[in-house]
Design a protein around this ligand. Sequence first.
Ligand code: FAD
Length: 395
Amino acid sequence: MPMAEPHSPGAAGPADGSPLPAIPAHARVVVVGAGQAGLSVAHHLAHGGLAPGQDLVVLDRSPAAGGAWQFRWESLRLGTAHRVNDLPGMRELGLSFETADQGRAARDVVGEYYAEYERHFGLAVFRPVAVTSVREAARGAPRSGSLRIDYLRGVGDDATRGTVIADVLVNATGTWGAPIRPYIPGIETFRGRQLSTPEYRSAAEFRGQRVIVVGGGTSAVGFVLELEGIAASTTWVTRRPVAFASDEPGEASASIEGRLAAVAQQNDAARAGRVLPSIISGTGLPATARNLGAARRGVLVARPPFTSIEPGGVRFADGSFEPADVIIWATGFRSELGHLDTLGLREPGGGVAATEGRAVRNPRVFLAGYGPQASTIGANRAGRLVALQVLEALS
Ligand code: FAD
């Protein structure tokens, strides 16, 4: 099938300069975020009879289709450590991430496929539109119990404010905009460059530099491997000892049990409204030939955490000092929920309690892609689960 222009601007930004379509002032459901989770929910809701662009309004802050994938670094490929599940109904378009060109940048493939998906199913995503707050609508709104969703449309000085009143909100804002950077004594004194995963572009930026990569997940591993032979030195630091887990029969139990346990922990935390734990600590890292080879070469060998940061490098608990020009923090993400603070959903533990994707403190608010759903397969499941509950709530 013919492939549409990469990174189509979607409903909110016609390339020919024609006026932007108006965002309805009232809707039954507003979905915030058009990544895997938001698109999956929107697809099921449209299938359930809601008219996209009218009953169902999808608002996305990103400039183009692709959710967070559009911002990932160029060298990230589908099919290496990364596996992106197809969106529900995607095969109807003759598209599948499984058969996509694995040699192309994941950000381009995912951006193009999502754009095609939005067009095919007429999901009418408005972008770039950033939701700034959600609150209970004042009395006199169309129906009591409505939600008022305030947004900023466009970027920079041209951005305009607007409001949609809706019966139900589905929040699918992912985590990309909320990287975690732990506080280590002396962090503010470091003279070199510090960056988090979303700011990483390519290894070439760090040619000849001494780099510390912090984090035990797939992103940190990817950075360490890419920097080999380019950076002057790379030191990999993880909070816990690293386990490479295999999915091969006979060796599977540790990784599958770990994965299930990690998902269960996230589920428990989401139900209780605690801050969500790291998923990678339970899953281990994939025992691919590339990872095992790098471990044997001494490249992928983790050091325990450093205890302080000094202007010229980092100091470990045993007193040793590692000089550094750069610290890359690949230390995970939080759910991006700041725009919901006006709804008072947080528990004393700091998290938002949700059961099956429904906020405990407000049954008209749903969270898709939250906690254990924060993967492309989890987001797909969330899509169906949340959409069913939303349709029930509306009826
Ligand atoms: P996102 O893709 O982040 O989409 C959220 C959307 O919401 C974005 O477009 C954003 O602009 C928008 N948004 C945010 N805030 C607002 C707001 N206030 N107003 C309006 N819009 C807003 N998972 C896998 O299954 N396989 C992988 O290979 C994989 N690789 C990964 C690699 C990295 C480096 C990272 C960080 C994660 C990876 N994941 C992977 C997990 C990933 O989070 C999921 O794959 C999935 O893409 C998340 O989808 P999402 O829809 O929840 O969020």
